[in-house]
Design a protein around this ligand. Sequence first.
Ligand code: HEC
Length: 112
Amino acid sequence: MKTSTLRITAAAAAALLAVSFAALAYAKTITLPPDGAQLKPSDLPGYALARKDCVVCHSAEYMLYQPPTAPRAYWEAMVKRMRDVFKAPVPEGDIAPIVDYLVKTYGNEQAK
Ligand code: HEC
């Protein structure tokens, strides 16, 4: 009798576990923001450079949350701040193409 009680308890525990795993997986899925994790693809040369230099420490969500009215100078200051303050390894030659990509993809030079 003891054994059957145990068996039921084990089955209940297994079921509970399965439910909580499902809940966990579900919670994970719904907290992901839409299209947030990746940089927006582009034919601009700065796209590849930004993928190399700008998503090492954080996701591309950070670009998405900048104002779409942000001008070129804003993005240039942003890239330089990443390099100077946070020591982002951005080679000097990458800055101009990355800024060009950012302002045309997330800033005020987006194609309408
Ligand atoms: C070495 C790590 C590192 C790299 C590489 C890096 N960042 Fe950041 N970035 C940070 C940190 C840390 C923050 C958060 C700063 C804060 O909360 O004030 C941040 C925040 C941001 C933000 C949010 C706005 C803000 O002012 O905080 C943007 C936009 C951004 N980064 C863009 C870039 C771009 C573009 C590049 C590539 C040139 C880049 N990041 C590369 C570390 C990095």
